[in-house]
Design a protein around this ligand. Structure first.
Ligand code: PSU
Ligand code: MN
Length: 307
């Protein structure tokens, strides 16, 4: 059991669970502050924590509040993240600045992974991973989520990546970085809103116990870095690829027309897709996060049993 880094502030419940070897699942906060509108964002954050408890694990939502890296949040903290305009989107490189300046920061997949690992948490549930943006050969826009996956020992459960990104280049980059990409119960790499991306999954495992065994095998060999566990959206919640494809093209065109780029790109695209679909994409997004929470809790339970 690793001792949590002394600069982190854990809730008593999370600290106790980690010291007892009770399964803990980390959750990110950018999805709350910059990934969904209010009030669905705080409802989603609350429901995901409930699902993780129901699955036998302790949820630990992560954020920086008043410059303090926090692992495990109260309902008031979640509400602040969901409503305050003064919450920056912070990736790994922004962590030192947020701490030094004493500001509020919502953590991305990358910075949540880093803080989870410093706390001693091995499983993290989110919606979608960042990746290689379309047109990256011009813009060089590649999410630090991929860099972090190559460095930090955390298994990240997502529904794959949205086709706002170049899915093929994202998969190539993950291969180069040595990151195992494991699809749960499918041969297809999932595309967030859709179960099938047109790309084959590099590996498939069919049970949470097998995923836990892969995690243990990797880290026993001291192979540093994360594992991308990709879980397709449930059939009944899926938006067909051709339907969402047109909408994503529209959102990308709107982004280019407004000259939006850099860290604003992903939040803009997510918000625009919700607007264009009149909320249908938000319903799908919430359903897939809940589905990932169910799997993540099971994986955390199986992994805790191995230790
Ligand atoms: N994809 C989603 N929803 C999200 C994000 C990505 O479907 O909320 C967020 C995650 O926090 C992810 C971040 O880590 O966006 C990636 O941002 P960027 O592309 O700027 O690295
Ligand atoms: Mn970027």
């Amino acid at each position: 059991m690793t001792t949590p880094h002394p600069d982190l502030v854990l809730t008593e419940e999370v600290a106790q669970a980690l010291s007892d070897g009770t399964p803990v699942v980390a959750l990110e906060s950018t999805i709350i502050s910059h990934g969904m509108p209010f009030p669905q964002n705080v409802e989603m954050a609350t429901e995901v924590e409930r699902i993780i408890r129901e699955g036998g694990a302790i949820p630990a939502t992560i954020a920086v509040l008043d410059g303090c890296p926090r692992v495990g949040l109260s309902q008031d903290d979640l509400h602040l993240l969901a409503t305050s305009p003064d919450v920056s989107k912070i990736s790994t490189r922004d962590l030192p600045y947020a701490i030094a300046r004493g500001i509020h920061g919502a953590t991305t997949v990358a910075s949540t992974m880093r803080l989870a690992a410093l706390a001693g948490i091995s499983v993290f549930v989110t919606g979608g991973l960042g990746g290689v943006h379309r047109g990256a050969e011009r813009t060089f826009d590649i999410s630090a989520d991929l860099t972090e996956l190559s460095l930090t020992d955390v298994a990240v459960v997502s529904a794959g990546v949205k086709s706002i990104l170049d899915i093929g280049l994202t998969l190539e980059t993950l291969e180069t970085l040595g990151v195992p990409v494991v699809a749960y119960g499918t041969e297809d790499f999932p595309a967030f809103f859709s179960r099938i991306s047109g790309h084959a999954a590099p590996m498939t495992l069919d049970s949470p116990a097998d995923i836990a065994a892969l995690m243990a095998a990797k880290w026993r060999l001291a192979m540093a870095g994360g594992i991308a566990v990709v879980n397709p959206i449930p059939v009944e919640d899926e938006i067909p690829a051709d339907e969402i494809g047109v909408i994503i093209e529209q959102a990308l065109a709107d982004m280019d027309a407004r000259g939006i780029h850099g860290k604003e790109a992903t939040p803009f695209l997510l918000g625009r897709i919700v607007e264009i679909t009149d909320g249908a994409s938000l319903t799908a997004n919430i359903a897939l996060v809940n589905n990932n929470a169910r799997l993540g809790a099971q994986v955390a339970v199986e992994y805790a049993a191995l230790r």
